[in-house]
Design a protein around this ligand. Structure first.
Ligand SMILES: Cc1cc2nc3c(=O)[nH]c(=O)nc-3n(C[C@H](O)[C@H](O)[C@H](O)COP(=O)(O)OP(=O)(O)OC[C@H]3O[C@@H](n4cnc5c(N)ncnc54)[C@H](O)[C@@H]3O)c2cc1C
Length: 662
């Protein structure tokens, strides 16, 4: 409970009553339906907390082996196999497996990423892209960690553009084998987690060639090591020291005439008959490829959640420190001021706490939707299924982008908020910064993912969505009236609906209260729709002027990214508003409303120039938003430590003995 009961100076004495936070109850709300799983992981993290220190004291090789051993030990508790089918020793619960992964992000992030590589990427590829024979052959052993594997997709030459990979798998009908080759150095597999030291087996993505014809990228199971030795025809090199995550052994792989049996093709979406006939239920190669990739979104969902939880660790340390650390006499001659009582410190930390809550609830939605889709409970009707899946892919991409950029920004701000102490490795920011940095790049580079989000919005997740490359999308949008693009978007429908409930209809921005969630969402929906319309208009104009579609897209790209960001920001605010609305009246609802208002108003304030440029914010109203935010900060101040305690980061994971106290 908060002990500081200083009255916020702008509180209108009449209505507002400062709430009290029941921290365990708020933790329970955040933990949601997977509280038990999250607590199991918390217990395991606390038990193995010495790993945070070992990351600093062990040699790279020792630490990599230590991380591998811990991952295998954790596997024996069941926490890493929850997403796999029960008949192979898994838990049959995708939602639980995401919750377990997210919670693991409170601890050492090499362990998190090693788990992600082994069970999410390698295991996920076998599960999603393979069929029963692959499941029978590999799942039981990989779930226990007996079979260590890697996911070899990226090459030096191509990371984001996976369709352009250079590795080739040629079918030899006589031997009924595929022959895997790395044609040049740009086609060597690169950055592959688990490859440099521990993987026995890889899922390798390669261009399938049959009798000189390329069938596009497919995945193959390829053994890499036998009795600890790299197999003939395979060359592996260590990627060496990295900016972070040095407990993970990333490596490069070359293949020279490596033969694997026909059964090595993960044949969920396509197969090759013994005599070399290519068969797939999905005719269009683009669609086949994107359908295949789409099944792997769990990794993306997990990384987003991991980023959000890493941000919670940083905020817990910085907020608790600021509630103890004093600097300069400000309001008293006898005692220096607590950092947390400085307005600017509140301005730096509290919007980040609020955004963390918002992202947590947005992530909860993505995880629940993925769980539904995977378990087919409550899954939408057959016809809607494709649309639902595409929308989820887009939402997962957007939440990953928001969560991982938030982690990078928050950890840096929290490091600075702890001054020199924040720079010492024992206080965690060293590892948090270094290890989360790459979350913005792997599982899809954030800027590339935002373009995927925009493509979904502009095409309304059209049925030929997956067939379209960027330029196809430009042509598609250019072929529609701008109004058609907009009318199809969800945001347009929402705006129409909400206009009815806003005072003053179209004049809503002049009338509504700043703390009215309808007003806040209306602003964000208006911005999103306007930006999307701007993109559609610009694409259309370019094509109408006979410009090359690639050139048109490139010129409009900053607007594309802006529209996608606006969409994601709206979804995140909406998730928070919906969560608060669901709560019964009481202190918890009031406490979360404060954060929700702060997050929504900061989101508008951050882009106030745009809203003013577009006639949705007057100068007076813009200043009123800033005043309102400052008022909220003072109401939040007495509750700040409770908000971060409710994250439920185990004390052992905060480390920082001199910063957070007992
Ligand atoms: C530590 C680590 C672990 C990894 N683990 C694995 C693994 O286990 N398995 C695996 O297969 N891969 C792995 N990767 C690879 C990772 O997924 C890729 O690095 C990532 O997909 C980005 O690809 P790239 O590095 O080729 O960057 P690029 O695609 O070359 O991107 C470089 C920059 O160009 C920008 N860019 C790219 N395309 C466009 C465009 N169309 N428009 C505008 N801008 C663009 C991007 O935004 C980015 O800023 C790992 C990487 C790292 C660093």
């Amino acid at each position: 409970m908060a002990t500081d009961t200083a009255s916020p100076d702008n509180t209108e004495a009449s209505e507002y009553v400062q709430p009290k936070i029941d921290v365990p109850a708020l933790t329970a709300l955040l933990d949601g339906r997977h509280a038990e799983v999250r607590n199991l992981v918390r217990t395991n993290l606390a038990e193995y907390s010495s790993v945070l220190e070992e990351a600093e004291t062990m040699s790279t090789d020792e630490f990599r082996d230590r991380v591998r051993d811990l991952v295998v030990e954790m596997a024996s508790t069941g926490q890493t196999g929850m997403g796999f089918p029960e008949q192979y020793g898994g838990g049959g619960d995708v939602g639980a497996s995401i919750a377990a992964f997210e919670t693991l992000a409170f601890g050492d992030l090499s362990i998190l990423v090693k788990v992600g590589v082994q069970f999410g990427l390698f295991g996920g590829a076998i599960l999603q892209l393979g069929t029963k024979s692959h499941h029978d052959a590999y799942l039981s052993d990989l779930i226990t960690g007996k079979l260590m594997g890697c996911f070899a997709m990226t090459e030096t030459g191509h990371g984001s553009n996976v369709q352009a990979l250079g590795t080739v798998a040629t079918y030899d009908a006589e031997a009924e084998e595929f022959v895997i080759n790395t044609p040049d150095d740009a086609s060597r597999k690169d950055y592959i987690g688990n490859a440099a030291r521990h993987a026995h087996t890889a899922v390798v993505f390669a261009q399938l060639e049959i009798e000189g014809k390329s069938e596009g990228v497919h995945a193959f199971v390829v053994p890499l090591r036998e009795d600890g030795e790299v197999r003939p025809g395979i060359r592996i090199e260590d990627c060496g020291r990295k900016l972070g995550l040095n407990g993970v052994d990333n490596g490069r792989i070359w293949f020279d005439e490596v033969r694997v049996p026909r059964s090595a093709l993960l044949n969920q979406f396509a197969d090759v008959t013994a005599d070399g006939v290519y068969e797939s239920p999905i005719e269009n190669p683009n669609r086949r490829f994107f359908t295949m990739l789409g099944t792997l979104i769990q990794g993306r969902v997990c990384v987003g959640g991991g980023g959000i939880n890493a941000a919670k660790v940083a905020l817990a340390i910085a907020t608790k420190y600021a509630a103890r650390r004093r600097q300069f006499n400000a309001t008293s001659d006898d005692q220096e001021e607590l950092l947390l009582d400085y307005g600017i410190h509140q301005r730096r930390l509290f919007p980040l706490i609020a955004k963390t809550y918002a992202l947590h609830f947005a992530q909860e939605i993505v995880a629940a939707q993925l769980h539904e889709l995977s378990s087919h409970t409550d899954a939408p009707e057959e016809g809607e299924n494709e649309h639902y899946r595409r929308e989820l892919e887009s939402r997962a991409a957007g939440t990953k982008v928001a969560g991982t950029w938030h982690a990078t920004q928050t950890i840096q701000e929290c490091r600075e908020a702890c001054g020199g102490a924040g720079y010492l490795s024992i206080n965690r920011f060293d590892a948090l910064k270094a290890d989360t940095d790459v979350f913005t790049t792997f599982e899809g580079d954030n800027h590339v993912l935002l373009q995927l989000v925009a493509k979904g919005l502009l095409t309304d997740y059209a049925s030929d969505f997956e067939d379209m490359d960027q330029f196809g999308m430009v042509r598609f949008v250019a072929g529609l009236a701008v109004d058609t693009v907009l009318e199809k978007t969800n945001v347009h429908k929402l705006i129409e609906r909400i206009k009815d409930v806003m005072p003053g209809g179209d004049e809503w921005d002049q009338e509504a209260g700043l703390l009215d969630p309808h007003y806040q969402l209306m602003m964000l929906r208006f911005r999103e729709e306007h930006m999307l319309g701007g993109v559609a208009r610009r694409l259309k104009r370019g094509i109408d002027n006979d410009m090359n579609p690639g050139e048109v897209f490139s010129r409009v790209q900053d607007h594309v990214i802006g529209a996608a960001r606006a969409h994601v920001e709206r979804l995140v605010v909406e998730a928070f508003v919906d969560k608060v609305e669901e709560l019964p009246d009481g202190d918890q609802k009031v406490a979360l409303s404060l954060l929700c208002d702060l997050h929504a108003l900061c989101t508008i304030e951050n882009d106030r120039a745009w809203f003013m440029e577009h006639g949705r914010l007057t100068v007076q109203r813009s200043k009123a938003i800033t005043r309102e935010i400052n008022g909220l900060l003072r109401k939040i101040r007495p509750l700040a430590v409770d908000y971060v305690d409710a994250f439920g980061v185990p004390p052992e994971m905060l480390r920082s003995p001199e910063l957070v106290g007992d």
